[in-house]
Design a binder for this molecule. Structure first.
Ligand SMILES: [Zn+2]
Length: 423
């Protein structure tokens, strides 16, 4: 009996798998998809279920999920009101609340004065949606119309809201106004291939090979120096990214000392879209420890993250911890979210792909940490602890050219995935 209760407790608590950041992120993404589906299905219970999951996983990952939490509370309170409230309708009032589809080219919908429109867009499973929520409105029945390669759907979404959805398999642009009536004009349908190359060619990425010159970084097994591992890796990564159509700059292309401040300054000057800093981990007292970790800039929450950050931050010298914390507290929340997404896409690609070629690839996870080199950047920025050079096996791998080339390729794939999802 106790076991059953416990099991129930565990499953209800950990619907979001928080064993690693990666699995939590997977559940978070899945929950978001479920939420979108529940909106399209207009299924309140599913909505609540999905929102709970989003909030739980999101909080675990350090995302700002306040808007989802707010929506969840609204739905939950609406649920209880709906049960108790007697059904009462005023026929006269309702009559004036009906909307009317006047034409489809352009799409013209007759509105009344009390109605107002909220617009949103959505991309899901290869389909693009433009959604117009008309509040204080009603329809007699659901209407679905095919307009060329577009589908227009008008349906009652809840008691007070009519949802007008325009969807297509291809990306498209529209122009609309909602006063006095809702008029939607479809402007263009861009070809996917064109958009993809266009987006990529404009992307600038700064790769930062950690340390250099008088600063060797960590010194690991076989006296392998961190600065000498990350430099060729950065060069391979540059090559991979250029091949994929990105514009790439290296903070250093030789064994040279550069201050942390100048690394970020360089990225800002180049107006980079992403900043990728490459490093190696060391744990001299624990040579058995190995694994790949990706960090995004955020105030550290774990002792482990603090320790790693402290090592990498040593080049900033005597800057007080309190000063660091003040700066960290002013970090742009959206940039933290973007950096987290980037970190997760890269880590996922590295682990998944390296495992296809090598045994003993360890997912050290994606973590927040206060790396000073990431602080001054104005773009999403991450730091990859590519592996532990204090671990003999991983040190030799990191030194190996084939491993480095593959490593670079999989980072690039992670970056591709990030831009595909966040165009
Ligand atoms: Zn380092």
């Amino acid at each position: 009996m106790r076991l059953i209760i416990l099991l129930f407790f565990i499953t209800s608590l950990f619907a979001c798998d928080t064993s690693t950041n990666l699995s939590a992120y997977n559940d978070y993404t899945k929950a978001k998809q479920n939420y979108i589906q529940s909106i399209l299905d207009n299924n309140k219970n599913k909505k609540i279920q999905a929102l709970k999951e989003i909030v739980k996983c999101g909080r675990f990952l350090g995302f700002n999920v306040n808007k989802y939490d707010k929506r969840l509370k609204q739905l939950e309170s609406a649920k209880s009101i709906q049960v108790n409230k007697p059904q009462f309708q005023n026929p006269l009032k309702i009559e004036s609340n009906y909307i009317k589809l006047l034409s489809i080219n352009p799409i013209k919908i007759k509105l009344s004065k009390k109605m107002y429109v909220k617009f949103s867009t959505l991309y899901r499973k290869g389909k693009y949606y433009k959604i117009f929520d008309i509040y204080n409105a009603k329809v007699n029945r659901t209407t679905v119309k095919k307009i060329g390669s577009f589908i227009l759907k008008i349906a009652q979404n809840n008691k007070k809201r009519v949802r007008v959805v325009l969807s297509s398999n291809k990306k498209f642009k529209i122009k609309y106004h909602s006063k006095p009536n809702l008029v939607i004009t479809i402007l263009s349908q861009s070809k996917k291939k064109y958009t993809k190359t266009y987006v990529k060619k404009n992307r600038i990425i700064v790769i930062d090979a950690g340390h250099g010159g008088k600063d060797p970084g960590g010194i690991g097994a076989y006296h392998i120096k961190e600065k000498n591992i990350v430099l060729p890796l950065a060069k391979y990564l540059k090559y991979e990214l250029i091949k994929r159509g990105y514009k790439v700059y290296l903070t250093r292309d030789r064994d040279k000392f550069i201050t942390l401040k100048n690394r970020t300054k360089f990225a800002n000057q180049k107006k980079a879209d992403l900043f990728i800093s490459l490093h190696c981990n060391i744990a001299p007292k624990h040579p058995e420890i190995y694994g790949i970790e990706t960090y995004f800039l955020s105030p550290a929450r774990s002792t482990r993250a603090k320790t790693v950050a402290k090592l990498e931050n040593s080049a900033i010298g005597n800057l007080r911890t309190t000063t660091q914390n003040i700066v960290l507290n002013f970090l742009n929340k959206n940039r933290i979210i973007d950096s987290t997404k980037l970190a997760l896409d890269i880590q996922k690609s590295l682990i998944y792909n390296l495992k296809r070629h090598y045994k003993r690839i360890k997912d050290g996870g994606v973590r927040p940490a206060p790396f000073w080199v990431l602080v001054g950047t104005q773009m999403p920025a991450i730091l990859i602890e590519t592996g532990f050079i204090s671990n003999k096996k991983e040190a030799l791998r990191l030194k190996n050219r084939i491993y480095q080339k593959r490593y670079a390729k999989y980072i690039a794939e992670g970056i591709d995935n990030y831009f595909r999802k966040n165009p």
